[in-house]
Design a protein around this ligand. Structure first.
Ligand code: NAI
Length: 555
């Protein structure tokens, strides 16, 4: 099968750098792996030590140094520095050690990196489009040197993980997510672009911090904000017309509206709403393979009615409707508790996005009271409140469920509604548990239990791969539902036997390819694809995946 290598990248640029410029170009640099012939041909003689290393030798050196670092943030800095020097090697190391390194380049460590962004800053990456650039955003996009951008991840930094407004520091998230697009789904790094829309911050600590790197002003709001985002989206359509735009970590007050505004007009999705929904639905479908119950027999209670919660609820409703329920019946099986209690019809304070899940019912003074009143089969925590699934809650769930489904999805680890150990211990080893950030395996009375991580990285890279492979014009809910089913289909019986409802990340490339094929399949079926339909969708998708292998520059 034809694999993309850095050769395609070289073709995409008009002039190839030589000498020190080549060594400082992370997309083309091979460091000590440049061969003697390449060194002679590319003006590199004398610029490198004599011994030519294999990629395996380079990898061993990187790992030795990486594992020597004492703290997670030091490991993060080591990896980002490698990415800034030699992207091919960075992706080789990352892909081969994904389970070890994903918690470093993504949640939870990336959260810390965002909080300390201005203090850790070494080298810019991606585009920082500030409100001061309004009226000129297309020109700013034209400053980006790579000509073939296919995936943009954009944030305005207002709701980073569960950490709130990080302003400019939020840029760590698009960078981390795009690294995962490449590692997990083989999107060529030159085709990815992280973007920060800097409209200010409400974070007073940062506004007072002399090392803060963003605009020192409160956030732009209202029509001026919407106009700014619209200018950005229109500029992308003009300058980078083949790019998929993923919205990431926007606050509730903007995220739902922006999704509604743009989903029918551009090739775009919101990962916090739609990606989370798909990964959670996949976990639920896998859990039902353990409980041997049907989706329509579930009653699901959410703690938190924000982007993640409502997005998951809407996709579960869609899946239940697919399984034969009416929309109203499906909604009746999904319940929410927010900061003010159970989301019920009599409340007058409900934001628009919650109204479709407001049921005719008495209120409940606490989450535990709601659990007792509704007797859910599954509880899903997306509240950002650590410890909110307490002992009473889990014990109560275990009273009326042989295998209670407990998903404590809030990130980072410190925000999880309960830990894996708590869920397993309090349920006497019966909970089917998944979390947002990783927890180690646990042994309960000799029985090994492996918590699944409902990591969006299972979903968005594969969705992006499928969308760009077939040049889909839109990203639809049907695509996310197909992605969820494809992911659940990758969970093996051996996983389920140890309570694990997500597959091993070791197989992420295959999983992403399967998801990509499922998503492209929907695009072709729904008339949204921009290319002709291939005979073998999976092979077609796989043929577009980049491998981190060095290109031979000269023989
Ligand atoms: P959000 O800010 O949109 O929503 C949080 C919701 O929780 C809000 O509705 C808020 O009112 C509610 N809440 C806060 N305190 C509460 C309390 N004491 N009781 C009840 N409700 C309370 O945030 P979003 O995007 O929905 O994310 C929520 C959490 O889920 C975050 O920690 C995020 O990191 C995590 N998440 C996990 C994902 C995963 O595991 N794959 C993916 C996306 C988000």
């Amino acid at each position: 099968m034809l694999k993309k290598t850095s050769t395609d990248l070289a073709r995409s640029t008009t002039t190839s750098p030589r000498g020190t410029a080549l060594l400082h170009d992370p997309l083309r640099n091979k460091g000590t792996a440049f061969t003697l012939a390449e060194r002679a041909a590319l003006g590199l003689e004398g610029l490198l030590p004599s011994h030519v290393q294999t990629m395996a030798e380079q990898t061993a050196r990187v790992l030795e140094n990486y594992r020597h670092e004492q703290t997670d943030i030091e490991k993060y800095i080591a990896l980002v520095s490698l990415q800034d020097r030699n992207e091919t090697l960075f992706y080789r190391v990352l892909l081969d050690n994904l389970e070890e390194m994903m918690p470093i380049i993504y949640t939870p460590t990336v959260g810390l990196a965002c909080q300390r962004f201005g203090h850790l800053f070494r080298k810019p990456r991606g585009l920082h489009i500030s409100y001061e650039h309004r009226g000129r955003i297309a020109d700013v996009l034209r400053n980006w040197p790579e000509p073939n951008v296919r995936v943009i991840v954009v944030t305005d930094g207002e709701r980073i993980l569960g950490l709130g407004d990080q302003g400019e520091g939020g840029m760590g998230i698009p960078i981390g997510k795009l690294s995962l697009y490449t590692a997990c789904a083989g999107i060529h790094p030159a085709q990815t672009l992280p973007v920060m829309l800097d409209v200010g911050t409400e974070n007073e600590e940062y506004l007072q911090d002399p090392l803060y790197l963003g605009l020192r002003q409160h956030r732009v709001r209202g029509p001026a904000y919407d106009d700014f985002v619209a200018e950005f989206m229109n500029a992308v359509a003009e300058v980078m017309p083949r790019a998929l735009v993923q919205f990431e970590d926007f606050a509730n007050i903007n995220a739902f509206r922006l999704l509604e505004t743009w989903r029918e007009r551009a090739c775009t999705f919101n990962d916090d709403i739609q990606g989370t929904a798909a990964v959670t639905l996949a976990g639920l479908l896998s859990a039902l393979r353990i409980t041997k119950r049907a989706l329509l027999d579930q009653r699901i209670l959410f703690l938190g009615a924000g982007e993640a919660g409502i997005g998951i609820g809407e996709l579960i409703v869609a899946a239940m409707v697919d399984a034969g329920a009416t929309d109203a019946e499906a909604r009746q099986k999904c319940w929410f508790v927010d900061t003010k209690g159970l989301v019920v019809k009599r409340r007058t304070d409900l934001a628009h996005h919650k109204l479709r899940f407001a049921h005719e019912h008495a209120g409940a003074p606490s989450f535990l009271a709601a659990v007792k009143a509704l007797r859910p089969t599954a509880i899903i925590g997306v509240s950002t409140v650590a410890g909110s699934f307490d002992r009473d809650t889990i014990e109560t769930m275990a009273e009326f469920n042989e295998r209670p489904i407990v998903m404590a999805l809030s990130n980072p680890t410190s925000k999880a509604e309960c830990t894996a150990e708590q869920a397993y211990t309090w349920s006497k080893g019966r909970a089917i548990y998944a979390s947002g950030s990783p927890f180690p395996p646990f042994t309960y009375h000799g029985k090994p239990l492996v918590p699944g991580q409902g990591n969006n990285a299972y979903i968005f890279p594969g969705v992006g791969l499928g969308v760009i492979a077939c040049e889909a014009r839109r990203v639809t809910s049907r695509m996310f539902a197909a992605a969820a089913r494809a992911l659940a289909g990758q969970v093996q019986e051996s996983d389920l036997a140890i309570g694990r409802i997500y597959p091993s990340l070791k197989r992420i490339r295959e999983i992403s390819a399967q998801i990509g094929a499922a998503v492209a399949g929907v695009a072709f079926a729904d008339g949204l694809a921009g290319v002709g339909k291939p005979d073998d969708l999976l092979a077609f998708v796989k043929s577009q995946m980049w491998e981190p292998i060095y290109e031979v520059h000269a023989r």
